[in-house]
Write a protein that binds this ligand. Sequence first.
Ligand code: CP
Length: 374
Amino acid sequence: MNHVLSARQFFPEDLDQIFDQADHMKESLEDRASRRELLDSHPESVLASVFYEPSTRTRFSFESAARRLGMGVIGTENASQFSSAIKGETLEDTTIVSGGSGNSVGNADIIVLRHNETGGADRAAAISSVPIINAGDGKGEHPTQSLLDLYTIKEAKGRLDNLHVVIGGDLLHGRTARSLAQMLSLYPSNQITFVSTPELQMGEDVTSHLDVRGVGHTATDDMFSAIRTADVVYWTRLQRERLSDPQLPEKAGLIRKALRSASAPQIPDEVRAELAAFDVDIDQVYGDFVQSAADDWEAGQMKKLKDTGQESNFVIDQAALQAMPKDAVIMHPLPRVDEIHPSVDNDPRAWYFRQADNGLPIRMALIDFVLENR
Ligand code: CP
């Protein structure tokens, strides 16, 4: 295997190998001496962590995984601002510079890329001389999340087949849900129920893949009836900002930019001088003013979404816990906002933080797998 771009590229044998290695990593991390031995795994290699979108779990666990395998780590957590992307450099050129042109040793031996564009990882992989790992591309895929999701399901339920998996939330924009559904199709007799509002249903590209693979699936907006027979309840963040105005984040960004670009108001020099005498930095005052105007505009838009009643009714709370089987497993890729009530955290069925913990051993196993199979 070279690049890791999609949940679809894996075979059950790959997953067996990665999961066995993750078990080994998990065990080794528990023991001080074994943890030290892990540092000899790939001391000659460097991982570049290139994130154009925010991340807590994926970036931390990849960087921690690399360090625990003895690798060096370079990267940027906000590539669109802190890399030469801000000067107009393309993703392709950044990728070549990160991994090398192929003519000599490059800066990194493996690139973990999170990109805002669906297909961003494919673009990078098309020209990269080193393996690209897709750490999330727009509304596309998040294959390393689905690896840790399946690893967690196996740990919790003891199997990956013959499961009723309820996947809920914003399925239209949720890349974790998309990758999970596709990876579940590797195993027989799984049944998936998608729970969302009609406007946020799972994409047809994924459901037709499930059809081809013979996976039974249904869609509903009735959360309670779906979870009653669930083995796994996989909940995701409802991306409220996208509900009735899918372009809200882009608009907000442009409005901020437009307001900021006007941060040098036409104030006569003599007034500026008088203000300076009072120790007032008028550019700073004006900057703060336009910032709060942009914040007000964005808050107003969010309020409108709330007022139109488009907030999620799909909340996992005590009532939902009552409805689901005693041996169900509740998962969430995190971050959560308000779709799982904190009172659920202490229920033995809540697996989402253990799921996040599994990010480390899985990503250690995956890095090892990719470097060994270059
Ligand atoms: N699950 C997940 O991708 O989380 P982050 O966005 O924090 O990486």
